[in-house]
Design a protein around this ligand. Structure first.
Ligand code: PRP
Ligand code: URA
Length: 242
């Protein structure tokens, strides 16, 4: 199944450096410090691609020799990291676009139901940016992303893009199904979700690998899934086959 044909909003980076760095990121032997560096480098490359269609307005620049035609980015851009794992993507994006505003959204995924639970949102009443880039390394069921888009649309954001490192096909289907207008930029789309809702082959838990918070076997990706969780995953996989 060619997902990019089925979901025109999906953009998988074709860049060899992205493939190279992603392979090291996935490696179970990559330590926390290196993992964070790679998240930052991959975000830089994906962010460059995701912002390729930003509008510009003309601006005259004085070089040391003479005036010349220049350009400046026109829309106000908001970066929306989804806590926690999206935090590691912020600095690279701010290097690319230092004028961007950063609006944090706190969501975690309930382990049993895989549904997103919101715990932090300080958005003001009306949107202060025109383009929002949601930053979250993993697009698994798509629940966290779709919920974030709902929040941003209700806020009044005119254009929304999702920037993730790895997506599962189930997550792409969920997000594109609910929000076909949202561009999805990723380094790779993996095979599937496992019964615990982790992306396989994936990279494990992106938050834990960035922040070194390994709580033990019961919370690890491969551990015995709850029946309820596995049923949620099976339902998403049936939806994808339709
Ligand atoms: C992870 C990830 C996404 C979410 C993706 O966060 O960073 O936010 O899961 O899953 P979904 O597509 O199925 O919603 P997690 O809930 O582990 O929180 P954390 O970043 O605080 O560890
Ligand atoms: N969140 C992660 O960090 N990893 C996954 O594989 C799925 C959700």
């Amino acid at each position: 199944m060619d997902l990019s044909e089925r979901y025109p909003s999906l953009h998988v980076s074709p860049h060899p450096l992205v493939a190279h760095k992603l392979s090291i990121l996935r490696d179970v032997g990559t330590d926390t410090k290196k993992f964070r560096e790679l998240v930052r480098e991959l975000t830089w490359l994906l962010g460059y691609e995701a912002m390729a269609d930003l509008g510009t307005r003309p601006r005259t620049v004085e070089t040391p020799l003479e005036p010349t035609d220049g350009a400046e980015v026109d829309p106000r851009v908001g970066l929306v990291p989804v806590l926690r794992a999206g935090l590691g993507m912020v600095d690279a994006m701010l290097e690319l676009i230092p004028t961007a505003q950063v609006w944090h959204i706190g969501l975690y995924r309930d382990e049993r139901t895989l549904k997103p639970v919101e715990y932090y949102n300080k958005l003001p009443d009306a949107a202060t940016v025109q383009v929002c880039l949601i930053l979250d390394p993993m697009l698994a069921t798509g629940g966290s992303s779709a919920a974030t888009v709902d929040i941003l649309k209700a806020w009044g954001a005119a254009k929304i893009k999702q920037v993730s490192l790895i997506a599962a096909p189930e997550g792409v289907a969920t997000l594109s199904g609910q929000h076909p207008d949202v561009d999805i930029h990723v380094a790779a789309v993996d095979r599937a979700l496992n019964e615990k809702g982790y992306i396989v082959p994936g990279l494990g838990d992106a938050g834990d690998r960035q922040f070194g918070t390994f709580a033990g076997p019961s919370s690890e990706p491969g551990h015995e899934p709850a029946d309820e969780t596995a049923e949620v995953v099976r339902r998403l996989q049936r939806d994808l086959q339709r």
